[in-house]
Each structure stands twice: as structure tokens, then as C-alpha cells.
Design a protein around this ligand. Sequence first.
Ligand SMILES: Cc1cc2nc3c(=O)[nH]c(=O)nc-3n(C[C@H](O)[C@H](O)[C@H](O)COP(=O)(O)OP(=O)(O)OC[C@H]3O[C@@H](n4cnc5c(N)ncnc54)[C@H](O)[C@@H]3O)c2cc1C
Length: 191
Amino acid sequence: MSIDASRTDRARVRRHPERGSVDRRLVHAILDEGLVAHVGLVADGQPLVIPMSYGRAGDRLILHGAVPSRLMQTLAAGVPACVTVTLLDGLVLARSAFSHSMNYRSVVCFGRARPVEAADAKRRALDTLVEHLVPGRTRDARAPNARELSATAVLDFEIEEASAKVRSGPPRESAEDLPLPVWAGVTTAGT
Ligand SMILES: Cc1cc2nc3c(=O)[nH]c(=O)nc-3n(C[C@H](O)[C@H](O)[C@H](O)COP(=O)(O)OP(=O)(O)OC[C@H]3O[C@@H](n4cnc5c(N)ncnc54)[C@H](O)[C@@H]3O)c2cc1C
């Protein structure tokens, strides 16, 4: 695993490289704050991006799903995969349509998954996932029974490389747009 220093070019942010980072702490912090991962892979020649929940254990992500799920079976075969997590921090409204943007923190992870088979390891992995969603929840919720465990496929996705990218701050506007009678600034996403 090489989050800190990417071994290959695939994790190098090209547009606005000053917003990019391979710092492990930043990658972890974004992964820990996010709730939805978009998991990308090629299945039967078709690129596919599927939203999923996840949990983080060190430099690994825990994914789960129904045993018959094509996504889970394809990932379990160890195909190369890409997992993205995005935090939307604000909508960046400029006076010109061109300069509109978003403030965000995002992570792109490359790696492969392997199935978690042993019941104890599966339980621990599922606890990680539940604790990621709602810290402390495993103390209250009933733990999965044997039937539930066998109906659930659990995957351990090892992050081989990762990049983070962060945009923050107001719109970047050209001086000639500043006198325009249009409100500009950053609004909270969704409001
Ligand atoms: C919420 C949101 C909205 C965005 N909207 C747009 C948009 O409308 N149009 C647009 O062009 N771009 C948008 N971006 C930025 C986009 O994610 C890419 O960063 C951008 O397209 C530049 O890609 P590139 O050609 O430099 O890198 P690529 O060659 O596509 O990627 C090279 C490598 O850089 C890393 N990387 C690239 N982008 C990110 C990222 N966001 N987070 C972490 N690692 C990354 C990956 O490791 C990737 O493999 C948005 C990002 C976010 C988070």
C-alpha cells in the first residue's frame, strides 16, 4: 500500500495540481467523514459506477452486499477497482456562468478487493461498517446471526494508491465581471 507516495502516474492530479494531495491523513479524514462511496469497475466490458456504503479499517475499505450481487461477485474476483468518496462543502456562485464551481474534498482510491470469509472476520468487518455510519451503534443494534452473515458478502478493499483533491474559497472571477449586479459567493450545498 502506498497512499503517501503514489507509485504510478494514475493517482496524480493533473488539473489544478495545487488542489491535489497524496497525504494519508487527509485521505483518511475525507474517507472517515464521507458516507457514500462510488465504486467503479469494468464488468463484462461495461464500465460501471455503483454507490455503496463503506467503512474504513486502516488503509482498507470494507464493502458489503448480497451474496448473489453481480457487483460483489465481480469485485470478489479481484478485478482492478476504483473507489471515490466526495464531500460537497459548498456551491461557488460567480457573476459569470463560466466561473461557477463547487467547494469539495474528494478522494480517489485504486485497489482490489478480496472476500472476507471467516465468520469472526466478517463480524468485525460489518461492525466497522456500522460504526462508520453511526459511531457506537454496534453497542445497541443486534449483531448479525448466522443466517444473516451467510447472506452477506463482505469485501476487504485494499487501497493500493489514493489521491485527495480539495477546492475551497470564493469564486475566481475576472476583474471585468466584478461590477456586474449579480450576487456571488459560496452557499451551503443544497440550500
Ligand atoms: C463535487 C465535484 C464536482 C466537480 N465538477 C467537475 C466538473 O464539472 N468538471 C470537471 O472537469 N471537473 C470537475 N471536478 C473535478 C474533477 O473531479 C477532476 O479533478 C477534474 O476533472 C480534473 O481531472 P484531471 O484531468 O486533472 O485528472 P484525471 O486525469 O482525470 O485524473 C488523474 C488522477 O487524479 C486524481 N484525481 C482527479 N480528480 C480527483 C478528485 N476530484 N479527487 C481526488 N483525486 C482526483 C485521481 O487519482 C486520478 O486518477 C469536480 C470535482 C468534485 C469533487
